[in-house]
Design a protein around this ligand. Structure first.
Ligand code: TMP
Length: 206
């Protein structure tokens, strides 16, 4: 039995990660792999409950500190209940968002000091990292229009364009800093063209 691979999908709103996740799962299954498709925040009963809490609007507001702690609380539960057992059983895990989203949204977006993120990362992940991270890149204007067109906006999708630009820059910066782990996919072209880039990336990396 070959070891399971951990593949994470990152990017701003409306980049089509959920659709691409299904495509990647099917691509891996067609090659005989057992695959778990999951997401963050969420992916286990406890983590999904935290997701419900953290994504809804609160009259009192949600500070960046509360937000990051809830994201990492969900991540810890998800890793323990879902991700690590699947990888140990030799399955591939495809995860819609992971650690890079915390750096992008709570770090670059909300201005939390990266040292706090690194401390939480050390606590929750230790030395565990994705084998492959695909960053679906899209100008925020286009992403927000797509996300709003879907009609499933959460409070994160109400953030300003300047915030979304900082989020995008952070994803691109992290991808450039870790080329061995990350690959940027241009998510702006029509779906079939994005899938073609995705096939090329998967064939090269997996
Ligand atoms: P989704 O819309 O891709 O399901 O993601 C839900 C929201 O959660 C999205 O707006 C980004 C946000 N998020 C963070 O802010 N930090 C995190 O660590 C994660 C995993 C998600």
């Amino acid at each position: 039995m070959s070891a399971g691979r951990f593949i994470t999908l990152e990017g701003g709103e409306g980049a089509g990660k959920s659709t691409h996740g299904v495509f990647i799962r099917d691509w891996l299954q067609a090659r005989g792999r057992e695959v778990v498709l999951t997401r963050e925040p969420g992916g286990s009963p406890l983590a999904e409950e935290i997701r419900r809490v953290v994504l809804q609007p609160w009259d009192e507001g949600v500070g960046a500190e509360s937000e990051v702690l809830l994201m990492f609380a969900a991540r810890a539960a998800h890793l323990k209940a879902t991700v690590l057992p699947a990888l140990a059983a030799g399955k591939d895990v495809v995860c819609d968002r992971f650690i890079d989203s915390s750096y992008a949204y709570q770090g670059a977006g909300k201005g939390l000091d990266e040292r706090h993120l690194a401390a939480l990362e050390a606590l929750v992940l230790g030395s565990f990292r994705p084998d492959l991270t695909l960053v679906f890149d899209l100008p925020p204007e286009q992403g927000l229009a797509r996300a709003r067109g879907r009609g499933d906006a959460n409070r994160f999708e109400d953030e300003s364009l300047a915030y979304m630009r900082r989020v995008r820059e952070c994803f691109l910066r992290r991808a450039a800093a870790e080329p061995g782990r990350c690959r940027v996919i241009d998510a702006a072209p029509p779906l079939e063209q994005v899938r073609q880039s995705l096939r090329v990336a998967l064939e090269a990396r997996l």
